[in-house]
Design a protein around this ligand. Structure first.
Ligand SMILES: Nc1ncnc2c1ncn2[C@@H]1O[C@H](COP(=O)(O)OP(=O)(O)O)[C@@H](O)[C@H]1O
Ligand SMILES: [Mg+2]
Length: 510
């Protein structure tokens, strides 16, 4: 049964585009009446596609969309009690503010009860009267705080004011749900913060449901009742801002929400994990030797004199943030972000400790091989720990080719631009089937020890670990004994690379 306080339900909604690309996959979500819900995720994760299906501009390939318990998946946009404010709001430049907001209302017909010649009541569709339109426009402009400017030309308005007109134009139709697709992205930072507060106020004044889309976690945290974190067309986590910030379900969510330190760690004992070259007490009990993700918020790190804490490091950067300082502490090869109210100079040797309950330990989702901190070396190979793997750098830029002389340089033949990638920090992902093992130690490859070997019905899933504790997972028909030494190879064509900075950072200028 549909619960009365649910306004929109998405049930197993999938969108597959004509080219076969699946932008949204098996999406399930209930939105409560009057809520401010935000879809949050990086560009390309399917946020706009989801909104467009709710608005009626796209039809789901599978699944259904219910509004007040009724399937609306096949209703055209104008028949849905839903209005959208787009990222690129298209106002009519030749009409003034009032006319822009009134435009839709002038076309609109509403049912009214009239009496015919014989005195029988009947329903007739009628246009709104000038007075009705006036009243509605006035109220919409009041809500967006633009009532004084109704005679102004659109071109004379600032970006923020234009955005308000776009919102007024959507709410003047009195929708039950307002969809907002990154509506503040064209504004500068300061204006965006102001508009965030105002949108929240508008939401309260109107009392309707807002479904908001953004890739900006700060925006999501400050405005929403509920946040839906998305990745690759799927929901990762749904929760309140506090819930998502404090209890991220996996490293992806933790990474996306707020600044965090995320480390690959190994369970080293009962309620104890090892990372940053040290052992740390925690409160979660995981099987010994399991690889886990550990998340630590910068504000939970306690700095002290060198030698007093759990690990030693050196402050390499410091930014004053008004109330406290944001430090980066280099610990071995890794970095630890810290927020602290004590002023400390760059170069200071410090130690760090963290309360056990502030060390969040999470299962790694073993769906692919993933290395978060890699580098491109001077030969254009992928450096994982101390091991290098041949890879294909041209996947980093569509249509690019490798420089024949310097294999760490790629060239875009269209623009002639060159990008020097030696030393570039990156992430690498590859599927299990990209990895192969051999027990012939005369062959090339990375040396690793088999840690687990699991029979999955028709193949083994084998995890091998290098001396530096990097794990490689392969699927193979062959059995390997635990403890056996193997050589690991990865198909260069199957390595998916992502640079931590934009490719433009590496452009060669001479
Ligand atoms: N009409 C389309 N045909 C094929 N792929 C599309 C189409 N529209 C969007 N996509 C792809 O679907 C993915 C999700 O897009 P979108 O919903 O716009 O993401 P977001 O709004 O989260 O940035 C992207 O990879 C995009 O390239
Ligand atoms: Mg989008």
């Amino acid at each position: 049964m549909e619960q009365n306080d649910t306004i929109i339900s998405l049930r197993h909604v999938t969108k597959r585009f004509k080219d076969g690309f699946v932008a949204v996959e098996d999406f399930n979500l209930d939105i409560k009446r009057g809520e401010f819900v935000t879809l949050l995720g990086p560009s390309g994760c399917g946020k706009t596609t989801t909104l467009r299906m709710i608005a009626g501009f796209d039809i789901p390939s599978e699944g259904e969309i219910l509004l007040n318990g009724q399937d609306i998946s096949k209703l055209p946009p104008y028949k849905r009690p839903v209005n959208t404010v787009f990222q690129h709001y298209a106002l009519f430049p030749n009409l003034d503010v009032y006319e822009n907001v009134a435009f839709g209302l002038k076309m609109k017909k509403v049912p009214v009860t009239v009496k015919d010649r014989h005195g029988n009541e009947k329903i007739k569709m009628k246009h709104l009267s000038a007075k009705e339109i006036d009243e509605k426009v006035a109220r919409a402009l009041e809500i967006v705080d633009m009532e004084e400017l109704e005679d102004r030309d659109i071109s004379s308005l600032s970006g923020g004011q234009q955005q308000r007109v776009a919102i007024a134009r959507a709410i003047v139709n009195e929708p039950q749900v307002l969809l907002l697709d990154e509506p503040l992205s064209a504004l500068d930072h300061k204006k965006r913060l102001d508009m965030q507060l105002e949108l929240k106020e508008m939401h309260e004044k109107l009392g309707i449901t807002f479904l908001y889309v953004t890739h900006d976690q700060e925006e999501a945290l400050s405005m929403s009742n509920t946040i839906v974190v998305m990745k690759d067309g799927a929901i990762m986590q749904v929760g309140t801002p506090e819930n998502i910030y404090n209890e991220p379900v996996n490293a992806y969510v933790a990474d996306f929400i707020g600044e965090s330190n995320i480390y690959d760690a190994t369970v080293s004992g009962k309620k104890e994990v090892r990372f940053l070259g040290a052992k740390w007490e925690c409160v979660d009990d995981f099987p010994i030797n399991e690889k886990v993700d550990v998340v630590i918020r910068p504000e939970d790190v306690v700095l002290d004199e060198k030698g007093k804490g759990n690990v030693n490091g050196k402050i390499v950067s410091s930014v004053f943030k008004g109330e406290d300082y944001c430090y980066v502490v280099k610990v071995g090869k890794s970095e630890l972000e810290v927020r602290d109210h004590v002023a400390r100079a760059i170069g200071t040797e410090v130690s760090a400790r963290v309360l056990p309950e502030n060390i969040q330990v999470m299962h790694k989702e073993l769906v692919e091989n993933e290395f978060r901190d890699c580098e491109i070396d001077k030969d254009g190979e992928l450096l994982i720990g101390d091991d290098s793997l041949p890879c294909d750098l041209t996947v980093l830029l569509k249509g690019s080719v490798l420089d024949e002389e310097d294999h760490s340089v790629i060239i875009d033949p269209k623009t002639g631009k060159k990008y020097a990638l030696a030393g570039a920090e990156c992430q690498a992902r590859f599927d299990f089937d990209a990895v192969s093992f051999t027990d012939d130690l005369g062959e090339e490859g990375i040396e690793a020890t088999v840690i687990t070997s699991v029979w999955l019905g028709d193949h083994y899933q084998i995890l091998a670990r290098t001396e530096e504790e990097d794990d490689y997972i392969a699927v193979t028909p062959y059995q390997y004994a635990e403890g056996e030494i193997v050589r690991v190879k990865v198909d260069p064509k199957k390595i998916r690379l992502r640079l931590k900075k934009g490719i433009d950072e590496y452009e060669l200028r001479d």
